[in-house]
Design a protein around this ligand. Sequence first.
Ligand code: 6R9
Length: 584
Amino acid sequence: MGWDRISKSGSARRRPRMPSYEAARRQFSWAEARAALDGLPEGRGLNIAHEAVDRHAKGPAGGRAALRWLGKDGTRRELSYAALAGLSDRFANLLRDLGIGKGDTVFSLLGRVPALYVAVLGALKNRSVFCPLFSAFGPEPIQSRMAIGAAKVLVTTPQLYARKVRALRADLPQLEQVLLVGGAEPEPGCQSFERRLEVASEDFVIPPTDPEDAALLHFTSGTTGRPKGALHVHEAAVVHAASARFALDLGPEDVYWCTADPGWVTGTSYGIVAPLVVGATLVVDEAEFEPERWYRILQDEKVRVWYTAPTAIRMLMKLGPDLPRRFDLSALRLAASVGEPLNPEAVVWGLKVLGQPFHDTWWQTETGGIMLANFAATDIKPGSMGRPLPGIEAAILRHREDGGVEVIGEAGREGELALKAGWPSMFRGYLNEEARYRKCFADGWYLSGDLARRDSDGYFWFLGRADDMIKSAGHLIGPFEVESALMEHPAVAEAGVIGKPDPVAMETVKAFVALKPGFRPDDALRREILGLARERLGPAVAPREIDFLDDLPKTRSGKIMRRLLKARELGLTEGDTSTLESSS
Ligand code: 6R9
């Protein structure tokens, strides 16, 4: 028998927080979900950091571990909710002392270290807007994002500063303060994070915060133009709390591990905010993926709820079942995945080898929180992204000639996955790009850019993207940003970048390059261009491979036809390109 459905009836070891999906959908209202949050004292509004730490810190949960940090070198450090509240109060005061206030943007360029978590929460208390950057980014993505976000403060380390930021400083006139974590004697133009934190007061009263006040900024890439800064507000915490309970079945008694880096939206929404809002204990691993280390963390930390990504799951699967069988994973009671399509085999592998099937979930930087899920109490359909969260209306749309859209009622038909606009964690804009924001909506629907279908049970199935965006190891990469970096090499006349299918990472970044006259397309030049791209973009974004072409296929208006490059790469004839999605 195939595994069309993994039945949940009677299999749960504990009653899930949402025992009946149908009842929850019927009874749910955003107003009630909002009312279930604490709110700032004396009706002063809603602030994510209050919900995430202060509210627990002041009650009986104050002594409970909020963050359990596992350092690369084996260090293990725990911060209670009370300690995290105190440190984030200090960081809020530190910012205020520096003259940084409401709406000012604070960026971080840090690995997964405790200072990052303190900075996010402290900045939110101060009503500043926080933008965590991925520490493996090269100078190019760092520069563009800090410029668009008008970064006033950067929290980073002396090493990352020296390697990636120092040379950009002159191009970032808005950047007033750089705080260095773990540096004994900071360099000119920078201050010591620890020293400033030490002298800051531990008493901070969160000022009135409107739920619509900007809170978090996450960059996402486009197929054209500069990266887009998706802006989220404090109200998003309503979705974080509800989805943590509904989709991750997460609560205060749980040890929880989200393997995503806060430089990407999952690592912030579900690697910081959601678990703290529900009062769980968050495991943070500083180290990179390493199979044995991961199984040991699941075992030793007694992780009960685990949120990870398909690329990591596929890498674990490749190593086979013997390694996990050496570990006691019996604490695990829910495993979930996000970011890319999760193969049905991976869902079943989880059940057989880890004792828990993977629950696929779907969402985007723009949605701020989980929108579709295979829920703890409902049957899993391996290969499906699941059904909409209570409070969320999802549909498959067809685009009409007149620019409008209509819902495809019939099950099984392909179209664009869309969500009825207006849920609390919906992004409120792309920074300074009103037109690009408006293009994401039609007739009251938010258009996801993903192609999908819905089956007769209401489960959604991913088919592909409607655009040229690349998903590599769960990271969304815009081809334009990569092409722009390649064009900086003096030999490059034109560049086109695609996602090349890969059995583990789903896609890897592949570039096609046409050279200027007088340059020889040889291996030395290829290595040089790859090296430059890696240095500028960082290893997570740079192409793995370059093919030289005499010229690149273009539309009559001169736009490089990435889908044709992709069709050729896949061995399809050019006539088959109608089966590939259009990039326009
Ligand atoms: C959270 C996050 C969003 C894009 C999205 C889609 C892809 C996410 C998926 C999935 C298939 C899933 N995606 N979850 N594809 N199955 N369960 O990943 O945000 O980086 O903005 O990417 O990722 O293409 O549109 P983001």
